[in-house]
Structures are given as structure tokens and as C-alpha cells.
Design a protein around this ligand. Structure first.
Ligand SMILES: Nc1ncnc2c1ncn2[C@@H]1O[C@H](COP(=O)(O)OP(=O)(O)O)[C@@H](O)[C@H]1O
Ligand SMILES: [Mg+2]
Length: 407
């Protein structure tokens, strides 16, 4: 009996042990199941997260695409706005001109031109890149007569052809071509009595009164004239020789571009010349000449944007065009003028002696001067592709300065 009891105890203990083991096994199974469930849940969450992040990436790309499309649409819209405004001004001007009835085109003959060349030196307005300019009287009208250097012309036929295009170009900011003489290779322009932009930038007495408002107005006028030329149908016309001595003022001080399209007519500077053939850059045009035109011989409207850039820099600084861009880039290298407040902008501009010292610039115009400076630098990038579009970017920017002038 004494030996059975422990056996019964042992059995009971074994039974209990067995029970605990089974319980443990069940628990272990449960735990394993839970672990598996948990892993599955984590996996599912991971997959869900991945799906969501792919979806987010897709949405981001879609937004970026829409952003790019919007930017293109915005550019197109700006371009349309610019053209609408420029053409509306042109339409009003054409109506006024029609009632003036003074704008017909005349073909002059050889002897008329010879007879009208004034002997007196005071009527010799200048010797420019393409020939001599006289103040002359022709059929009772005062004109600026430009007799082109014969040696640089392809021939009478080409001359007539090109004049045929240029005589139809009419815009309030472009000098009118009143007549021509194909035997003498002469062009007769409306006479503009109030000097050139070169005078405003260099002659002391003109510089004194060349206010900021006036400079912005000049910039807008140049830009409007260029927009019109570049949108001429069927082919755009590049000015090709934009510089301050080709920007003139009429009796009412309206600013007009002259000599447009002439470089296209020259034997050695048409838009199809081979680089080696560019032997000459028109005198005084050097700093305004598009570097890409000089290296490739290809003249495009973007070449005018380069020249405009240099002129904008001159309007702000009053300095000579030679080396001006580099000079400004060196000075402004470490400054981020666009991000500063007006007080600081003014301080930096004064410290670096950037503004034309003849310019009494009101605080409210400082920001516009900074914008014109930055626009000038962007327009005059060496690489054509980096320059902004005239209608979509340059014109609206300058036009908005014009508006702040009126506030
Ligand atoms: N339509 C015009 N009316 C009055 N003056 C003019 C006109 N066109 C040119 N001029 C004068 O003649 C000068 C020489 O003209 P141009 O031969 O075009 O040379 P450039 O423009 O290269 O200086 C100009 O700087 C300007 O003073
Ligand atoms: Mg000229």
C-alpha cells in the first residue's frame, strides 16, 4: 500500500504534467497563429503603404505635368495679351495716320536724290554702319536720307524686294520708311528732330532730365516696336542692329526704332551667312551684337533680345555698353537683390555705385530698377536659349513697371 501511493502520486503528477504540456502546446499554437496573423497584417500594411506611396508619386507626377502645362499656357496667355495690347495701339495709330494722309511710299529717281544731297555739313546727320545720313528736302518734305554703301549690296533687284517688305511695316514705335531710290541704294525715312537715345545716355544736358519714368517709357516703346517686327507675317523681321543711336525721338518725344531689317539686306550679314563670311560688325554695334550671331552667323529675333538686355542695363546704370554685362555680373555676384527689402536694395545699389548718378530715384522705383537690372542680365545671356521670351516675359515685366509709374 505504502508503495502504491507514491505511484498514484507519480501518475497524477504525470497527468498534470501532460496537461500543462498540452496547454502549453495549445498556447504555443495560438501564439504561432497570432504571430502569423501579425506578420500577414504587417505585410498587408506594408503593401498598402507601398500602394499609397505609388499613388502619391503618381499624383505628384500628374501635378508636375499639370504645372508644366499651366506654365506653357501662362506663357501663351502672356504672349497673347502682349500682342493684343501692342496691336491695339497699332490699330489706333493707323487710324490717326490715315486721317493724316501723309504716310504714302514714294519711289524717287536718281537725279532727285543727287539734287537733294545737301552741301552744307550741318545737314550731314552722321556716317553710320551702312552709309551716310543727310537731312534733305524731297518733294517738299524733310526726310532723313540714308545713302547706303553700294559695295555691300547684292543688287538692285534684292534691294527692291527688301524695300517692298520694309515699306509696309508701320507701327508707332518704328521709324517710317517714306521712300527709296533703288538706283542709288537710298532710303528716305521720316525725319525725327529730337535726337537719339544715345544722346539721352551720354550728353550731359540730356542725361540730367532723363527721368526714371522716361526710361521705363523708352524701354516699353523699344519692346513694343520689337514685338511688332518679330510678329511680321509671313516672316518675322529681326531688327539686327538695335543700339541707342538707332533709337530716335520725334517732335512729341515718341520713341522709335530705326534701321530695322537693314542688316538682313547686306551681303555679309544675312540670316544665312556662313560664319567665316562675317568680316565686319557694324560700327558701334559690337557690345550689342548677339554672341551667338557672331559665332554662327544666324540672326534671329532672339538676337534683338540680347541687344535690348544691354540697353536695359544702360537705362539703369547710365554706363557705356562695352563690358557692361560682365561688370554688373561681377558686382552683383554675391548679392541676392531680388530677395531683399527696398531699404537694403537701395543701400547695396548705392554702395556698389550701380545706379546712374543722374537718376534721382524715388524709393518706390527702387524695386523696378532692380527688376530692370535683372531683366537686362537675363536678356543678355550669351546662350540664346537662356534669354527670356520677348512677348511672354520681357514685355509684361516692363509694362508692369509702366503701370507702377502711374500709381
Ligand atoms: N530718321 C532720322 N531722323 C533724324 N536723324 C536721324 C535719322 N536717322 C538717323 N539719324 C541720325 O543720323 C545718325 C547716323 O545714323 P546711322 O547711319 O543710322 O548710324 P548709326 O545708327 O550707326 O549711328 C544717327 O545717329 C542719328 O543721329
Ligand atoms: Mg542708325
Amino acid at each position: 500500500m505504502a508503495s502504491r501511493l507514491p505511484l498514484a502520486g507519480q501518475l497524477k503528477e504525470k497527468e498534470e504534467h501532460e496537461k500543462t504540456r498540452t496547454e502549453l502546446e495549445v498556447k504555443e499554437k495560438q501564439l504561432e497563429e497570432e504571430r502569423q496573423n501579425h506578420t500577414l497584417t504587417v505585410q498587408r500594411h506594408g503593401e498598402e503603404l507601398e500602394r499609397q506611396s505609388r499613388e502619391l508619386e503618381r499624383q505628384r507626377e500628374e501635378l508636375e505635368r499639370q504645372g508644366r502645362e499651366l506654365k506653357i499656357k501662362d506663357g501663351k496667355l502672356n504672349r497673347m495679351k502682349t500682342l493684343t495690347i501692342v496691336y491695339e495701339k497699332f490699330r489706333q495709330w493707323i487710324e490717326d495716320e490715315a486721317s493724316n494722309s501723309s504716310s504714302g511710299f514714294t519711289e524717287f529717281n536718281h537725279s532727285e536724290v543727287d539734287d537733294s544731297i545737301p552741301k552744307d555739313q550741318k545737314y550731314h546727320l552722321g556716317k553710320g554702319s551702312y552709309g551716310i545720313v543727310y537731312k534733305a528736302e524731297l518733294r517738299g518734305k524733310t526726310v532723313a536720307m540714308k545713302i547706303l554703301d553700294k559695295s555691300s549690296w547684292q543688287g538692285e533687284r534684292e534691294f527692291k524686294q527688301e524695300v517692298g517688305i520694309l515699306k509696309r511695316i508701320r507701327h508707332p514705335n518704328l521709324v517710317i520708311l517714306l521712300g527709296a531710290c533703288s538706283e542709288k541704294f537710298a532710303l528716305m525715312y521720316e525725319f525725327l528732330p529730337s535726337g537719339t537715345l544715345e544722346d539721352c545716355l551720354s550728353k550731359e544736358e540730356r542725361k540730367e532730365s532723363f527721368s526714371w519714368e522716361e526710361r521705363v517709357r523708352v524701354a516699353t516703346s523699344i519692346c513694343s516696336g520689337l514685338v511688332f517686327l518679330h510678329n511680321t507675317k509671313p516672316n518675322p523681321i529681326a531688327h539686327g542692329d538695335l543700339k541707342p543711336s538707332n533709337i530716335l525721338f520725334d517732335a512729341e518725344n515718341v520713341c522709335k526704332l530705326s534701321d530695322f531689317g537693314i542688316s538682313r539686306l547686306l551681303q555679309h550679314s544675312t540670316d544665312t551667312v556662313i560664319p567665316n563670311h562675317i568680316t565686319e560688325v557694324p560700327k558701334g554695334s559690337g557690345p550689342y551684337m548677339d554672341p551667338e550671331f557672331l559665332s554662327t552667323g544666324k540672326l534671329t529675333p532672339q538676337s534683338d533680345v540680347f541687344a535690348l538686355g544691354i540697353i536695359l542695363l544702360q537705362l539703369v546704370t547710365g554706363q557705356s555698353a562695352t563690358g557692361l554685362r560682365k561688370h554688373m555680373v561681377d558686382k552683383l555676384e554675391r548679392q541676392n537683390l531680388g530677395k531683399m527689402d527696398t531699404r537694403r536694395q537701395k543701400m547695396i545699389l548705392e554702395k556698389l555705385q550701380i545706379l546712374d548718378d543722374k537718376l534721382k530715384l524715388d524709393d518706390k522705383f527702387i524695386q523696378d530698377a532692380v527688376r530692370m537690372l535683372s531683366l537686362g542680365l537675363r536678356c543678355s545671356y550669351n546662350e540664346r536659349k537662356r534669354r527670356p521670351n520677348l512677348e511672354a516675359e520681357v514685355w509684361p515685366e516692363i509694362e508692369s513697371m509702366n503701370k507702377s509709374e502711374c500709381l
